[in-house]
Structures are given as structure tokens and as C-alpha cells.
Design a binder for this molecule. Structure first.
Ligand SMILES: Cc1cc2nc3c(=O)[nH]c(=O)nc-3n(C[C@H](O)[C@H](O)[C@H](O)COP(=O)(O)O)c2cc1C
Length: 255
């Protein structure tokens, strides 16, 4: 069983491809995450847990959810992450989760996908042509990983050095606390009150007030609300209407 969370589509794309190539099924965890539903998931095939990378790690809410989730049946587990190119500590965390769950860790692999975070001025989005190129390269990586999973062989990612752990362990929670405020989210008059943003928020930080979204607290900055708004009515600081927002669907051929 391939389990995934995805905000802007990259991880969903990878998870569904792996499921198809391994003859397995893919399960979107969003509803379970929102409802804190940890009831057992059973699989005859090895579990493949897929997550995006936020701030050099799998998102805190995702790690907390997977830790509590009961996985029954097959005891082997793979982790596949998607990132803009740097998956930081995620492989180390994945191994720890597998151990804690008493499962056999079959390895972690990060797939380099187009970045999806327009809020960051440092890590800019790619141009459409670059996105297409990167997705083509990713397709090759996905095939390789899926073939290994299908054969029941381990997957490997690069070694995580001690100095990376020493930086990321304190950096990640501080960065999230300081930078992932929801204060700068706003909505324009274009909003049609469809509530898609609230439905897509994994942390339930959006409530609909008078048919308009209202944000509260610190969120994951996953970009699900901004990227999936059908009328581009959600803004964040400089990410205004007309500023490019990443969503994988723009670059996939319609079937
Ligand atoms: C808040 C945030 C932080 C991110 N941090 C990183 C990072 O540390 N390293 C990296 O390579 N990509 C980073 N990214 C890019 C995403 O990991 C990448 O685009 C991922 O494939 C998105 O997956 P999704 O479309 O399934 O949500 C970040 C994206 C967001 C929204």
C-alpha cells in the first residue's frame, strides 16, 4: 500500500506512479490526518510512505501522524520523499519511525521535483520549461525506485552527515515557529467561498467565516490553499494575483 500526503501534487504524482508500477494501490492520507484517524491500515504488499519535504524534513504533522498510525499486514516499509533537491534529515527520521513501529526499514529515497514554495524569495520557482525538464528527470528516478520496490529490494539515498543533523535538528522547529505564521495570508474579493482551501488544509488552520477563509496560528506553509484555489484569490505577502504559484497539474499532459 502506498500512503501519501501532498499539497501541490508532486508527492501524489510520485505515489500514484509507484502504485501503478508495483501493482499496488495509493491512499491519500489527507482526510485521516485532518480527522486524526489512526485506525489500522492493512497491506499485503510492503508499505510505501510518501511525503514532501519542508525545511529539510518531512513535515512535523506528517511524522506525528505516521508515528501514531497502525500499519498491519506486511512488516516492510519504504519511505519516498519529494523535494526541490535537498531532503535533509528525512532519511534518518524515516529509519527511526520504522524502528519505533517494529517494521523492517527498506530504505528511503528522495525524488527531486519542481519546488513549490513561492513565499521563499531565496528558493525561486522554476520556469515552466525547467519544470517540464525536471519532471522528465524525475520520471526516470521514479521508475528505478518502483522497480526496486517491486522486486522487494532495498532503496538507498545519500548519506546524511553529522554536521547536517547538528544544523537541522535545532533549525527546523525554530524556522517553522518563526516563519510559518498564517498572519500574512489574505483573500481578495475574487473569492467565491467554495471552501476548497479549508478542505485542503492538513492542519485545519482555515475556517470559513461569512464564506471567506480565515487563518489562525502557525501552519505548515504547505501551499495547498494558495495552489488549489480555483480563482487564485489567496495571497501571501508578495505572492499576489498574477505571481506564479506551483501546481503539478499545469505541467502534466491531459489524458
Ligand atoms: C514550506 C516548504 C518548505 C520546503 N522546504 C524544502 C527543503 O528544505 N528542501 C527542498 O529541497 N525542498 C523544499 N520544499 C519544496 C518541496 O519539498 C517540494 O516542492 C515538494 O515536492 C512538494 O510536494 P507536494 O507537491 O506533494 O506538496 C519546501 C516546500 C515548502 C512548501
Amino acid at each position: 500500500m502506498v500512503l501519501y500526503f501532498s499539497a501541490t501534487g508532486n508527492t501524489e504524482y510520485v505515489a500514484k506512479k509507484i502504485a501503478k508500477m508495483t501493482g499496488d494501490e495509493a491512499l491519500d492520507l489527507l482526510k485521516r490526518i485532518k480527522e486524526k484517524d489512526y485506525s489500522p491500515i492493512r497491506s499485503r504488499k510492503p508499505f510505501v510512505i510518501c511525503s514532501p519535504i519542508y525545511v529539510c524534513e518531512m513535515p512535523g504533522f506528517f511524522v506525528a501522524f505516521i508515528r501514531k498510525l497502525t500499519l498491519k499486514g506486511n512488516r516492510r516499509v519504504y519511505f519516498v520523499t519529494t523535494s526541490g533537491g535537498y531532503a535533509g534529515m528525512s532519511g534518518v527520521t524515516a529509519k527511526k519511525i520504522a524502528k519505533k513501529k517494529g517494521m523492517i526499514f527498506m530504505g528511503h529515497k528522495d525524488i527531486k521535483m519542481p519546488p513549490n514554495y513561492p513565499v521563499s524569495k531565496r528558493y525561486k520557482l522554476l520556469s515552466p520549461a525547467e519544470c517540464v525538464k525536471r519532471l522528465r528527470a524525475a520520471a526516470k528516478e521514479i521508475r528505478t525506485v518502483a522497480a526496486l520496490i517491486k522486486r522487494g529490494e532495498p532503496v538507498r539515498d545519500r548519506h546524511v552527515f553529522l554536521f547536517e543533523k547538528l544544523i537541522i535538528i535545532p533549525f527546523n522547529p525554530v524556522w517553522v515557529r518563526l516563519k510559518h505564521s498564517t498572519k500574512q495570508f489574505s483573500v481578495t474579493d475574487d473569492c467565491i467561498g467554495c471552501g476548497k482551501c479549508a478542505a485542503r488544509c492538513p492542519l485545519g488552520r482555515i475556517t470559513m467565516v461569512d464564506r471567506k477563509p480565515a487563518w489562525k496560528g502557525i501552519c505548515a506553509h504547505c501551499m495547498a490553499c494558495i495552489a488549489n484555489c480555483p480563482v487564485e484569490a489567496i495571497e501571501y505577502a508578495h505572492v499576489k494575483k498574477g505571481v506564479e504559484k506551483y501546481r503539478i497539474g499545469k505541467y502534466l499532459r491531459k489524458k
